[in-house]
Ligand binder design. Structure first.
Ligand code: GLN
Length: 454
């Protein structure tokens, strides 16, 4: 009943697309039974979680918040969600998101925008964006509708919504969590990860989500460390890099102040602070907005009206007409924009000028990080250049929306683990997040620095 009441409260935030409280109750009962029988409980034993509606869940509608997949009920379970159920978690429902995970505010969802539980302290009642694309996840965890949720992060979609709503979230090293059964956006960037109230919960949940999967050709064949058991906020002997290129002109004063505060907290925990340079930072955003749409245009070619979800078959229509009508009706404007950009940059005449060039930039970004990590253990920067903005404030200007991802995309392009942890409120009373980027495979170092800040 408590689950049901909570899930109903979620209606006001529009965080869930479908709710499945019976599944959460089933997991809780199974956990009780194990406890009564003296059996070991799973890492997530009985914990009710929200599942971003980008993960295929067997027998439960999986939409990617699109009209294209409305009513699509998979015959299979994604590897990550299966691992969570195997660890004892139960599903409260499928969480809203930006359509096909494309967006930074959750406003591109076919099922309507999600609302953040946070308000500005100006006495007004303006609805704030929960961030995106994992906006249902951030809103639900922040409002305490569920203790944890899954997210996916292609260019910041775990970290930026976590920052906007005062929660924690980690994108692990590319390949840590299997992509199998997750609706694909940009396959060389997509990574799943946990979003939760604190760093410890993220560590526990990531242990349950991660691990080698032969069904994903880019899955890391490495053991999953016991991150939670090794958590420590002691930063003595650790070097923290502060990238000078992230200190941009006209940066929000509150964001700068929170960054300074984070530096002070890490110093208090014993860290040595080192100024570093990530020289090609300013090219990361344009490179991301070429690579990600290019891969998206290819991945989304599968939605043809034949294999999944929606089919629009006008009277007397032929095959081409069916493709066109289905895709015209099934995809929202942001998804269409990405497909157009993607097919353009991959077209014969422009491939070298855009796509090849962006891939070269991607290599330079990776090299910047590799150089920096010769000097430091982790890097600290703001998660986003601003706190949450109001719903509707950026909708008409895609470029200003994309700019919100400026600090998040470099770690995505380099495939590095990166986390956002809450770091105070701005003068409007809205949460700010700090981002910790680590070396490949060093989630432990990232989580430890996160704990020192939290
Ligand atoms: N906001 C970014 C985009 O729209 C990132 C999305 C994501 O990480 N899924 O592409």
């Amino acid at each position: 009943e408590a689950f049901n009441a909570n899930v109903a409260a979620a209606g006001a935030l529009n965080a869930f697309i479908v709710t499945t409280p019976e599944k959460a109750i089933e997991a809780a009962k199974a956990t009780d039974a194990r406890r009564a029988a003296g059996q070991a409980l799973g890492k997530m034993g009985g914990v009710p979680i929200g599942m971003k509606d980008l993960f295929a869940t067997k027998g439960v509608q999986t939409t990617a918040a699109s009209h294209m997949l409305e009513g699509f009920t998979p015959e299979y379970e994604s590897t990550v969600s299966q691992k969570l159920w195997d660890a004892g978690a139960g599903m409260l429902g499928k969480l809203n998101l930006d359509q096909f995970a494309m967006g930074s505010s959750n406003e591109t969802s076919y099922f309507g925008n999600v609302i953040s539980p946070w308000k500005r302290n100006d006495g007004g009642n303006a609805a704030m964006a929960p961030g995106g694309s994992s906006g249902g996840s951030s809103s639900a965890v922040s409002a305490r509708l569920c203790p944890a949720a899954t997210g996916t992060d292609t260019g910041g979609s775990i970290r930026q919504p976590a920052a906007f709503t005062g929660i924690s979230g980690i994108k692990p090293t590319y390949g840590r969590c299997s992509r199998w059964g997750i609706v694909a956006f940009a396959s060389s960037l997509d990574q799943a990860g946990p979003m939760a109230r604190d760093v410890r919960d993220c560590a526990i949940m990531l242990e349950a989500m991660a691990g080698f999967d032969p069904k994903d050709s880019t899955s890391l064949n490495m053991p999953v460390p016991e991150w939670e058991a090794s958590l420590s906020g002691d930063m003595r002997g650790k070097k923290v890099g502060i990238p000078r290129e992230y200190r941009m002109d006209g940066m929000d004063a509150d964001v700068l102040a929170s960054w300074e505060q984070g530096i002070a907290w890490l110093k208090d925990a014993g860290a040595e602070i080192v100024e570093i340079s990530l020289l090609h930072t300013k090219y990361a955003l344009p490179a991301y907005y070429i690579v990600a749409p290019a891969e998206a245009s290819s991945n989304l070619a599968r939605y043809d009206g034949v294999r999944y979800g929606l089919r629009e078959l006008p009277e007397g229509a032929g095959l081409q007409d069916m493709y066109a009508a289905t895709r015209a009706a099934g995809f929202g404007p942001e998804v269409k924009r990405r497909i157009l950009i993607g097919t353009y940059v991959l077209s014969a005449g422009f491939y070298d000028a855009y796509y090849t060039q962006a891939q070269k930039v991607r290599t330079l970004i990776s090299r910047d990080f590799a150089e920096a990590f010769k000097q430091v253990d982790v890097i600290l920067a703001p998660t986003a250049p601003t706190a949450a903005f109001g719903l509707g404030e950026k909708t008409s200007d895609p470029l200003s929306m994309y700019l919100n991802d400026v600090f998040a995309v470099p770690a995505s392009l380099a495939g590095l683990p990166a986390m956002s942890v809450p770091a105070g409120l701005n003068r409007e009373g809205l949460p700010l997040g700090l981002q910790i980027v680590g070396k490949a495979f060093d989630e432990q170092g990232v989580l430890n620095a996160g704990l020192a800040i939290e």
